[in-house]
Design a protein around this ligand. Structure first.
Ligand code: SF4
Length: 379
């Protein structure tokens, strides 16, 4: 047997013996080795989110969800909703964990000491960290497992102004704009098959020199947990990057701009603040307008090339709304009024557009404040 065979076999032996060790000693506490790792990480990082935990422990999302569920049922951890962002759930250890935490540390340390007996522990740890990084490279499916891509348009002449681009449609959106024409990316069907992010990166790698840019659109791309890293990889290939966003994640937007990972931002401004929630299909008072405001104010400071755009729908916008928005967005670099198009893929049916002549009139109002504003979708 050659040394490479020995190496793989030894890893397998270590894994099985360590599992057996923990199974035996942790059985009285009703947990396994994976849950012990979760408990120690949560104990050392009280308030950690599930996503952060998944990343830190290097498990897949499903394993983390199952493990955490079991720990909640056994009352080892509790989940508390973040006060600032109610979508974020934070994990905390309970008193019950406090009672066994020393035992867990002892088991872990004893196991570790036993494994390292007679070895230069620092050196071994370093070598193992290297092996872990190497093994990640042969597990590409795990990479960007949090990035949900619904569709890849391999060639677009219209999504990125002036460039030949590929367009990545991410799945999922926090808004439910009734006139949105991407129903399947908002209400994701049960049997929806995502495009593998690694395949998308492979495709972009092969198209270097043929495509100039990559457009990230939605759903809402900035809600995707690993989107910054994913975009960084696209940017490193030399592409120009455009982001279409609803402005709900100013924090991610600012990071992308400050890291120079984005070249063009197109932000939807849905309506005047008083009608915003209604226009994005959310109950009155449930929308954090401060985030939208923050994104608008950030872009108005001109940190990157950008445009604002409004899809004009007869049932949501009147002349007064359009004028108020134009005043609000005065001094913006580019502003477009987009003509609404009804279709079977809309979130809800029955909405209507202004005709081309009416759109021209609305544009005239806008141009009193933003002289270079333009129309889209109008002949
Ligand atoms: S139009 Fe944009 S923000 Fe509105 S639901 Fe569709 S993807 Fe989300």
């Amino acid at each position: 047997m050659n040394s490479q065979n020995n190496f793989i076999m030894n890893i397998s032996v270590i894994y099985r013996y360590v599992q057996k060790y923990f199974d035996r000693y942790l059985a009285p506490y009703g947990i396994g080795s994976g849950q012990m790792i979760f408990l120690l990480l949560i104990y050392e990082n009280e308030g950690i989110t599930m996503q952060q935990l998944t990343r830190m422990a290097d498990f897949d999302k499903g394993t983390t969800t199952k493990g955490i569920q079991r720990l909640i049922e056994q009352e080892y951890i509790s989940v508390i909703t973040d006060e600032k962002d109610r979508r974020v759930k934070r994990l905390y250890t309970t008193k019950k964990t406090g009672e066994i935490i020393n035992v867990l540390y002892n088991f872990r340390n004893e196991c570790c000491n036993q494994l390292m007996k007679g070895l230069d522990s620092e050196n071994v740890e370093e070598q193992f960290a290297g092996v872990k990084e190497n093994v990640r490279a042969i597990s590409p499916q795990q990479k960007y497992s949090e990035v949900r891509i619904g569709r890849l348009d391999k060639l677009s002449l219209s999504d990125y102004p002036g460039l030949v681009a590929g367009t990545i449609h991410t799945s999922g959106c926090n808004f439910k704009c009734p006139y949105c024409f991407r129903r399947d990316l908002v209400y994701i069907p049960e049997n929806f098959s995502y495009v593998d992010p690694v395949d998308v990166l492979d495709f972009l790698n092969k198209r270097k020199g043929i495509l100039d840019g990559v457009c990230f659109t939605g759903g809402e791309p900035l809600l995707q947990p690993e989107i910054t890293d994913f975009i960084r990889e696209v940017k490193d290939m030399g592409y120009k990057v455009k982001i279409d966003t609803n402005g709900f994640r100013p924090d991610v937007l600012k990071d992308l701009v400050s890291e120079k990972l984005v070249d063009y931002v197109a932000m939807d401004v849905k309506n005047v603040p008083d009608k915003y929630a209604m226009t994005v299909g959310m109950p009155e008072g449930s929308l954090k307008m401060d985030r939208i405001m923050e994104s608008i104010e950030f872009l108005l400071r001109d940190p990157v090339d950008y445009e604002f755009r409004t899809t004009v729908v007869r049932q949501f916008h009147d002349r007064k709304d359009i004028e108020m928005m134009a005043e609000w967005l005065k001094n913006s670099r580019h502003y477009y009024l987009q003509k609404f198009v009804d279709g079977p893929q809309c979130v809800r049916r029955g909405y209507s557009a202004y005709d081309d002549r009416e759109m021209q009139k609305l544009l005239e109002i806008v141009r009193r404040y933003i002289p270079h504003a333009q129309l889209r979708g109008v002949q």
